[in-house]
Design a protein around this ligand. Structure first.
Ligand code: NAD
Ligand code: G6P
Ligand code: MN
Length: 434
């Protein structure tokens, strides 16, 4: 029987995880599920605890579900630890999104200086969690979902002995969109990703093993309704054909921040002026969701959860756990150490790539050399990410500044330093260590 600990259990995404566990009851024997949170999330996690119990009861599942603030007791003896927490909550996210924007720099939860501040708040906490796993559950697998997922996983894999994989819902979402655009069943589709978290290029897509990427790229040329929405959901933009032909690959939604930086900056400014930050919008969605979750009649994940960006995330997380526990040898897209998979990225860099998943963990499929047309940008972003981890681990302001200046969005020392200092100040006490 399995014990799973979920750190950040008060997340509105947790009912998805519960659903993912319950639909696999016949072969994934989860008997204990512990939801860990901090005092800030006490009310949320207790609502989730009750809802999860109702969902389990309705499904006739024999699972002991309980919420706690005692993290070590939750980790002790766990087989899987899922991390999905947000240090500082949505108020901190609002600062990450608004401060860079004041200086005409993208303000985003995972990309650019906003994501950097989130990484600096998160890394000390994830390293503490990993020390507890090393001591109390040394054989456990850590499935990290906490953003910025690639950077957080980079810290785990380069600074602890914990067995870990980083996860994002973008790759599974892209596969779903490809299946819908081509009007074929999801099970027939495979897509290969190369790069980093939120910087994954799709360099191959197949249906029944037959390559369809060129055809998929051509579909961006004036797509008809019924196809258009699926392409748009995959990349968040209908890329112009000259761009896609020059790239020869498909992108994630987050590539827009690099290749359409000015447009995205204007979009963010307009969004901020009209509706406030995404954090504030998410707050409103959350409020509505938790009202629903409270209802004693609700025994399933409500439809409104689809307003959040993390669609299919639980399917990705629980099917990954399933593949490890069941030694399935399936292909999943995960964040893991490069170790030569991509020859023109550092050996120890954490990358997002396809890997064969079994009881021994993940074996990445060989990629080789990234094309020159993307290698510069990906290496630049990875250098920033590695410096970000180093700054948090060594608690060093000079390194923190060098990471900020290495970020491709920052091309001016004064702007970079001003944003860093303002973020450090705004995020006191989380960033007082710098
Ligand atoms: P949230 O604000 O609801 O936070 C989740 C819970 O974490 C809250 O209940 C909060 O109280 C708790 N928390 C805060 N600090 C904690 C700590 N130190 N220890 C334990 N719990 C703590 O966040 P959310 O919107 O549900 O997202 C959760 C996390 O998952 C975020 O980091 C988000 O960026 C990430 N996420 C990742 C992906 C992905 O693709 N990898 C997709 C969606 C969300
Ligand atoms: C996508 C990304 C996540 C990100 C989320 C934001 O799912 O993959 O990494 O956290 O969007 O969604 P939100 O609803 O919080 O804005
Ligand atoms: Mn993601």
């Amino acid at each position: 029987p399995l014990k799973i600990a979920v750190i950040g259990g008060g997340s509105s995404y947790t009912p998805e995880l519960i659903e993912g566990i319950l639909v696999r009851q016949d072969h994934l024997p989860v008997r204990e599920l512990v939801l860990v949170d901090v005092p800030m999330g006490a009310e949320k996690v207790s609502i989730i605890e009750s809802l999860a119990r109702r969902m389990a009861a309705k499904a006739g599942a024999d699972i002991h579900i309980h919420a706690t603030m005692d993290r070590p007791s939750a980790i002790r003896g766990a087989d899987f630890v899922i991390t999905q927490f947000r240090v500082g909550g949505l108020d901190a996210r609002a600062k990450d999104e608004s401060i860079p924007l004041k200086y005409d720099i993208i303000g985003q939860e995972t990309t650019g200086p906003g994501g950097y501040a989130k990484a600096l708040r998160t890394i000390p906490v994830i390293l503490d969690i990993c020390r507890e796993i090393e001591e109390l559950a040394p054989d456990a697998w850590l499935i990290n979902f906490t953003n910025p997922s690639g950077i957080v996983t980079e810290a785990i894999l380069n600074h602890t002995r914990v067995k870990a994989l980083g996860l994002c819902n973008v790759p599974i979402g892209a596969k779903k969109d490809i299946a819908k655009a081509l009007k074929v069943d999801f099970s027939r589709v495979q897509a290969s990703f190369m790069g980093l978290n939120h910087m994954g290029y799709i360099y191959s897509a197949t249906v029944d093993g037959v390559e369809v990427l060129p055809q998929l790229i051509e579909m961006f040329d004036d797509p008809p309704a019924g196809v258009r929405e699926h392409l748009e959901s995959m990349t968040d933009i209908i890329w112009p054909m000259p761009f896609l032909r020059s790239l020869g690959m498909l992108t994630s939604p987050y590539h827009r921040y690099y290749y359409r930086n000015r447009m995205m900056l204007e979009e963010e400014k307009a969004h901020m002026a009209e509706k406030g930050s995404r954090a504030m919008q998410v707050k409103a969605i959350e409020k509505e969701l938790f009202e629903k979750y409270k209802s004693p009649h609700l025994c399933e994940k409500p439809k409104e959860l689809e307003q959040r960006g993390g669609a299919y995330y639980s399917e990705a997380a629980i099917s990954l756990i399933d593949a490890i526990y069941g030694d399935k040898g399936e292909i999943h897209t995960v964040n893991l150490q490069n170790r030569g998979t991509i020859s023109n990225l550092p050996y120890n860099a954490v990358i997002e790539a396809n890997a064969i998943i079994g009881a021994g963990g993940a074996t990445p499929l060989v990629i080789g050399e990234m094309p020159t047309r993307v290698a510069g940008l990906v290496n630049e972003v990875k250098a920033y990410e590695q410096l970000a981890v180093k700054a948090a681990v060594e608690q060093d302001y000079d390194i923190a500044l060098s990471a900020m200046l290495a970020n491709p969005f920052i091309n001016d020392y004064e702007v970079g330093k001003t944003i860093l200092d303002e973020l450090v100040e705004a995020h006191s006490p989380y960033l007082d260590y710098l």
